[in-house]
Design a protein around this ligand. Sequence first.
Ligand SMILES: C[S@@+](CC[C@H](N)C(=O)[O-])C[C@H]1O[C@@H](n2cnc3c(N)ncnc32)[C@H](O)[C@@H]1O
Length: 312
Amino acid sequence: MMPNQYIYNLSYPDYEEDLCALEVKSLFNLSLDGKVFFSSKQVDPSISPYLKQRLEIAYRTSSFSDIIELLEKNTITLNDFKVEYLKLFSDDPYAKKRKELCKEVGFRIQGFPSFTSPKTTFGITFYKDNWYFGVLAKNNRKWKKHNSKPYSYSSSLGINLAKALVNIAGNGDFSKRLIDPCCGVGTVLLEGFFAGYDIIGWEIKSKVAENARINLRHFNNPPRVTSGDIQDIEDTFDASIVDIPYGNFTPTSEENRVSIIKNAKRISKKVVIVSSDDITYLILSQNLTVLDLCTVSKGRKGSFIRYIWVCE
Ligand SMILES: C[S@@+](CC[C@H](N)C(=O)[O-])C[C@H]1O[C@@H](n2cnc3c(N)ncnc32)[C@H](O)[C@@H]1O
């Protein structure tokens, strides 16, 4: 038995690799090295745009027959289960036989299977000379529904970026208090609530703040958005996620951008800044220390870049 060891696998577009690496580092304290990794930390894949599956390792053996032997020795009695094979690398020689392998495993579980709506999914896989069996958790992708929120602007962040940002800010620790002090229509807030973080929003334009509340209520979240200027926030937070206004989308003055960064530092220990232009000079002018930096382009053509700084 290997208690509390998990195998995770990732799926991400090439142009979001750096963002995925920053999320993995923030959630697991690991450097990205391929699309499969082991960790003792239990993270729900659905909080991330990139975590595809998590296998909780019950058995690790050097042969498939050893897995079968263990299943025969330690009977699992359960209804409504399903067994799936996880293909973790492209030329996995066993992937072609996945149906037979799953059947072999399924026969050793005592109970009625359910192929359409299983309550428990077991996973079996071969990876780097070993066989693994355990309970499988999959990214439910239910967060995709947020793409059709009632209010969205062309300047709104993409859903992958919004999800990664809350994890970069919160490190998967739901006891942390987060704030998006320039929340626009609440794209980041929706992902924060979905993951289970304690998060609130502020937005200077009252109409936009109201639209953020409508978006939040639409998906049964508390409408925790205050209409006001970041400089009026009195509370303090573990981390802030700040999408800096810029350009034609959300025109603003340089003075306001300085004020946003200065106040984000005042109200939070950690500041995750997003911007569509390189504002390193502004960040450094406020004596913030940049711990991490990455860029992410919007789409495969890489036409529209967003910069992300993790600061203290
Ligand atoms: C880049 S947009 C945020 C977009 C948001 N992340 C989204 O996806 O919908 C920046 C927002 O900051 C707001 N804002 C600008 N100055 C502000 C200030 N001083 N305090 C609070 N909000 C401010 C703007 O009205 C704008 O909605």
